[in-house]
Design a protein around this ligand. Structure first.
Ligand SMILES: [Zn+2]
Length: 157
């Protein structure tokens, strides 16, 4: 019987993940690369020249608009370090077990979220090592969403 290459792929090991995203500076560099792959772009005027200020903000040379690396992304206004978010992305994407093995009790109220997570992993199972960077790209390009809209999505899933 042929060995299933999807099931037996190695995935991203925890040491390899920590080597790539183990520090806050590494996570910031990765988020910058995924948010602005061709360099800084002002979210206000689209200008491509700017500088990094001492407080970690970026300032546009044209309109002097100041923005942070996380502003306008799914990480907007987070109080958690990026290393925590990256670890969550790692844990979300690298697990191979199913819902039944992951959660011992699934309430109907939370079932759509569990199914969405499972579906996300299932649809991207062909390349486990690429899942963290892919999820990071999506996170960097997804605007923040108010909690009430998230609740609506859960209700109509
Ligand atoms: Zn600007």
């Amino acid at each position: 019987m042929a060995r299933n290459p999807i099931q037996f792929q190695s995935g991203l090991s925890l040491p390899a993940f920590l080597e790539q995203y183990g520090t806050e500076a590494q996570c910031q560099a990765a988020l910058f690369q995924h948010r602005w792959p061709k360099g800084f772009v002002c979210p206000d005027c689209g200008n491509t020249t700017g500088c990094r200020l001492s407080r970690g903000l970026y300032q546009c040379h044209h309109c002097h608009h100041q923005t942070s690396l996380t502003a306008g992304t799914i990480f907007h206004a987070t109080h958690l370090p990026l290393t925590t978010w990256f670890l969550a992305m790692y844990l979300l994407t690298q697990r191979k077990n199913a819902i039944t093995g992951t959660y011992h009790a699934i309430r109907g109220h939370h079932a759509p979220r569990y199914l969405a997570e499972f579906e996300y992993r299932f649809n991207r199972r062909y390349d486990l090592k690429a899942m963290v960077p892919r999820l990071l790209t999506v996170a960097a390009r997804t605007p923040p969403m108010p909690y009430r809209l998230l609740k609506l999505a859960e209700s109509y899933a």
